[in-house]
Design a protein around this ligand. Structure first.
Ligand code: NAD
Ligand code: GLY
Length: 352
């Protein structure tokens, strides 16, 4: 088992081990003394893993409450949030009980926000079942739901008590979801570790998933422990996200979050080469990695569409935008630009 300890406003472990799902109840009992555990899962994940997790929780003495919702980003809404939180209230969940987020980033973000706000905060445990959730969204305490006006506009920083990652669950993941998670994995190589990116180029990540997940979580842990509330360094984790979120908005979530981030990293890196921030070689290595893991590198969204969408994003700060710009493989910087010059960055990044 790989254990990564996170030190933020809460201390907690991220445990990575094949087969962990079957003994999640005992591990959750170690951090939660309450009587009830509410499993939040989308219907797809519930059908695959709901019974295993429920059984294990019951064996550890929990009364299990099940809150399911249809799968997909379009369900990460205030309406789903309200339905889940009202179930907790109807079931008389107390402050000592816990929420178990079983699923991908949509479930983790939604269930985390439920846990952050129900009775002003109850314990929650993340059990990520997508690669994206395993390497990124289940760690670090960002929780949120979307509004029509933009992604993740309502949420809270709220750390879990425990993260249990069982790489065996990724075996049922559709290939496009695995690829989407690889965009975030590649992101870690680009922002923080050249050797790690090289290892992804040298050997398929699927052949050594435990190591890959643990390496990403350790990098995220380091960033989050230094800047939990995203005042500085944590913004580096948004590499590819400003353009990526804009692509998601323009395409109405026809692309996955990971695919959109892949496009965002490629656009920003092309622009960085054209503006003299990094070498052509840096771009080539990123594109090689994206190509190797079958990720998109271009968008048919226009400069006008993307700039309008990006300017509505919550990460905009007044008339400024913060972009994460690569300087080399393993090193990025945060560049604050005037919002009106974003069009020029998009053009430099090859967007028409
Ligand atoms: P998701 O949760 O919608 O999962 C993708 C799809 O995979 C869903 O249809 C789901 O039912 C299915 N699925 C999940 N696990 C499965 C499994 N093991 N087998 C078969 N199917 C499975 O999406 P995601 O890509 O995991 O997460 C994207 C979300 O994460 C976005 O909302 C994004 O904003 C958020 N996010 C949050 C953070 C954070 O720090 N909180 C970081 C990155 C992304
Ligand atoms: N995925 C970005 C963050 O957690 O900060």
């Amino acid at each position: 088992m790989k254990t990564i300890h996170v030190s933020a406003s809460k201390e907690y472990d991220v445990l990575v081990e094949r087969g962990l799902l079957h003994r999640c109840g005992a591990l959750i009992r170690g951090v939660c003394r309450g009587q009830s555990a509410a499993i939040v899962a989308d219907e797809t994940v519930w059908a695959l893993y709901g019974e295993v997790v429920s059984k294990s929780l019951r064996e550890s003495g929990f009364r299990v409450i099940c809150c399911t919702f249809p799968a997909g980003e379009q369900e990460k809404t205030l309406e789903t949030y309200a339905a889940v939180i009202r179930t907790l209230a109807a079931e008389k969940m107390s402050r000592s009980d816990c929420v178990v987020a079983l699923g991908g980033g949509v479930t983790g973000d939604l269930a985390g926000f439920v846990a952050a706000s129900y009775m002003r905060g109850i314990d929650f445990v993340q059990i990520p079942t997508t690669l994206l959730a395993a390497v990124d969204s289940s760690v670090g305490g960002k929780t949120a739901v979307d509004l029509d006006e933009g992604k993740n506009l309502v949420g809270a920083f709220y750390q879990p008590r425990l993260v249990l990652c069982d790489p065996d669950t990724l075996a049922t993941l559709p290939p496009e979801q695995f690829r989407a998670g690889m965009a975030e994995v590649i992101k870690y190589g680009m922002i923080g570790d050249e050797d790690f990116l090289n290892s992804l180029l040298a050997r398929p990540a699927a052949e050594h998933l435990e190591e890959v997940i643990a390496a990403c979580v350790a990098m995220k842990r380091d960033v989050v422990s230094r800047d939990e509330f995203e005042q500085g360094e944590r913004r580096l984790l948004n590499f590819g996200h400003t353009v990526g979120h804009a692509v998601e908005r323009c395409r109405g979530f026809a692309l996955s979050h990971g695919e959109a981030v892949a496009i965002g990293m490629a656009v920003l890196s092309r622009a960085a080469v054209n503006k003299g921030y990094c070498s052509e070689e840096t771009l080539t290595r990123l594109l090689q990695a994206l190509q190797q893991y079958d990720l998109p590198m271009e968008t048919d969204c226009t400069v006008e569409e993307l700039s309008a969408a990006a300017l509505a994003d919550k990460k905009r700060s007044g008339d400024k935008l913060r972009l994460v710009v690569p300087e080399r493989v393993g090193g990025c910087r945060i560049e604050t630009i005037a919002a009106e010059s974003f069009r020029e960055w998009l053009k430099a990044g090859g967007v028409q």
